[in-house]
Design a protein around this ligand. Structure first.
Ligand SMILES: Cc1ncc(COP(=O)(O)O)c(C=O)c1O
Length: 121
């Protein structure tokens, strides 16, 4: 029986073109972009170029593009950011959110999120 993968929402195979562009960084250009040495500076340049490419593609300013390690980190950042910015407001979410939105890690701000649940049917 042939198996079919239906969970690309959770994780998916890397596109071959992306893999080709990333391989040098995975194999030998392993500099930390916050390091001052040439390996780090090279990585920093590559990240800033990528940031500009993404910004151009989505009509944003490069300063508005933030790279994260994945969905949980990104969602936590948004929830905490919204909670801090809207201190006097009620935060709402639906009842079908991923756990990283429904129960974000840490912070008192995040606990306010449960106060205004929108029910999806
Ligand atoms: C809708 C949704 N949000 C967030 C996440 C969490 O993403 P990550 O595993 O990259 O932290 C997932 C992962 O399956 C997801 O499906």
């Amino acid at each position: 029986m042939q198996k079919v993968y239906f969970d690309h929402n959770a994780t998916t195979a890397i596109d071959k073109k992306v893999l080709g562009v990333m391989m040098p960084y995975m194999e030998m250009q392993q500099g930390n972009p916050t390091s001052q040495h040439s390996f780090g500076r090279h990585a920093r340049t590559a990240i800033e170029e990528a940031r500009e490419q993404v910004a151009l593609a989505i009509h944003a300013h490069p300063s508005e593009v933030i790279f994260t390690s994945g969905g949980t980190e990104a969602n936590n950042m948004i929830v905490h950011g919204a909670a801090i910015k809207q201190r006097e407001s009620t935060l709402v979410r639906s009842n079908i959110e991923h756990p990283c939105v429904a129960r974000p890690n840490g912070g008192d701000e995040a606990s306010r999120l449960a106060t205004g649940i929108i029910k999806c049917q």
